[in-house]
Design a protein around this ligand. Structure first.
Ligand SMILES: Nc1ncnc2c1ncn2[C@@H]1O[C@H](COP(=O)(O)OP(=O)(O)OP(=O)(O)O)[C@@H](O)[C@H]1O
Ligand SMILES: C[C@@](O)(CCOP(=O)(O)OP(=O)(O)O)CC(=O)O
Length: 418
């Protein structure tokens, strides 16, 4: 056993991105192991704008496993946390740091306790995939702390047991979660289709309609869908093929955008009842869809795609920065901030899109002309206050370790939150 007389603390800090699915995971064939009924594909979002940071620490002085999330202590007793912890612990390896006098054998890890402190720089449980970034970071940071040698694919299968969508946050860029066929879930893993540079002028704008905690979680929503919907089984069989083929064939972003858009139209139309029943989308969400649809049909070809992560917040995808600037102009025209909100907090993330849109301050928002698709004598609709704020982002990288100790969330002296 590690030398108990030494009260050392060993720590690791990691940062993990969130992701937005363009082909959604919706429905499980195994609730415990979190095995899905269909493959899914996502874009990893730039952690500079949306990410989880997690510090994990181990010490002989800790008397139990403890976790803090967004500065509040939370219970680790749920099956999801316990399963991830167990899977990582069982793969832990010997570790030695002679300088610090730390020696931990594979066997020691079973008895040593951990402290975990995690922080999301975006709203938690509000439909912005906090569970994806959160569980990916939980597993990635613990794996590095415990000197686990498994590759990212294996770690993705562990993160999946925390929250399904988390497996896709182990990679940057464009990621597919293979549903797998095995009963034990060993082949239900994420793979990277292309890294974030593959399509580096793709822009993603998130319209945060509500950052309040959702009333229906994805877990409950998809369980109810599988129990009650015949459509969902049909979707699982036919939905995925086109987009996967396009990405593999490296066909132009424009084509992918078309299919994504079609896919999401089908999602909205095929699953509209489910969304309505669960009241995940709100009237504001449909107004945002309306704005994009009107623009797309006036142009005669899709300009922007939209998608929702089982909540009211719309995720809008523009195939390049030029299209993104035109999209942001439309969004700001139809969904302006309250007069007392400053633009700096209304459009966050990659603010250079604002510059491209020619918008420097609130006066520029007020001066935006109605988009050309608003024809003739129909008055242009404005919905001040429908959107809380916009996040402009892009495809981003996968998890990283943060070597700089000053970024750790736990104190190196006490192992408690700083
Ligand atoms: N940083 C984190 N570390 C560990 N667990 C987290 C973290 N952030 C969120 N979680 C877990 O994920 C749960 C929220 O997941 P939930 O699926 O309800 O919302 P969401 O992921 O934000 O939305 P959605 O999956 O619909 O996009 C939290 O209650 C918590 O258990
Ligand atoms: C709509 C989605 O975001 C659903 C994500 O669901 P979760 O991964 O949060 O669900 P659990 O596996 O039950 O934790 C679609 C997606 O990300 O593919």
């Amino acid at each position: 056993m590690a030398d108990q007389s030494k009260r050392w603390i060993l720590m690791t800090t990691a940062q993990t991105p969130t992701n937005i699915a363009v082909i959604k995971y919706w429905g499980k064939r195994d609730e415990n192991l979190i095995l899905p009924i269909n493959d899914s594909i996502s874009v990893t979002l730039d952690p500079e704008h949306l990410c989880t940071t997690t510090t994990v620490a181990v010490s002989p002085s800790f008397d139990r496993d403890r976790m803090w999330l967004n500065k509040k202590e939370i219970s680790l007793s749920s099956d999801r946390y316990q399963r991830c912890l167990r899977e990582i612990r069982s793969r832990a390896n010997d570790f030695e740091d002679e300088k610090k006098g730390i020696k931990i054998t594979k066997k020691d890890w079973e008895n040593l306790h951990v402290h975990i402190d995690s922080y999301n720089n975006f709203p938690t449980a509000a439909g912005l995939a906090s569970s994806a970034a959160g569980f990916a970071c939980f597993v990635f940071s613990l794996a590095r702390l415990m000197n686990v040698k498994e590759d990212l694919g294996k770690l993705s299968a562990i993160a999946r047991q925390g929250s399904g969508s988390a497996c896709r946050s182990l990679y940057g860029g464009f990621v597919k979660w293979n549903m797998g066929k095995n009963d034990d879930g060993s082949d239900s893993v994420a793979v990277q289709l292309a890294d974030e540079k593959h399509w580096d002028d793709l822009v993603i704008i998130i319209a945060v309609v509500s950052s309040r905690q959702k009333e229906t979680s994805s877990t409950t929503g998809m369980r109810e869908t599988v129990e009650t919907s015949k459509l969902i089984q049909h979707r699982a069989k036919v939905f995925l093929c086109p987009l996967t083929c396009l990405i593999h064939l490296n066909i132009s972003p424009y084509r992918i955008n078309r299919v994504t858009n079609k896919d999401n139209r089908r999602l909205v139309s095929e699953l509209h009842l489910i969304f309505l029943i669960l009241i995940l989308a709100r009237v504001q969400s449909f107004r945002i869809i309306g704005c994009v649809e009107k623009w797309n049909s006036a142009e005669g070809s899709p300009q922007a795609a939209y998608t929702f992560d089982a909540g009211p917040n719309a995720v809008l995808i523009a195939r390049n920065r030029k299209v993104a600037a035109l999209l942001l102009q439309r969004l700001l025209f139809h969904f302006p901030p309250h007069p007392d909100t400053d633009l700096d907090s209304y459009v966050i993330g990659d603010k250079s899109i604002l510059k491209d849109a020619g918008v420097k301050d609130i006066n520029d928002v007020e001066a935006l002309p109605p988009p050309p698709e608003i024809k003739g004598n129909i008055p242009a609709q404005k919905y001040t206050g429908d959107v809380s704020y916009f996040i402009c982002t892009r495809p981003g990288r996968g998890p990283v370790l943060l070597g700089d100790e000053s970024l750790a969330l736990l104190s190196p002296e006490t192992g408690l939150p700083k």
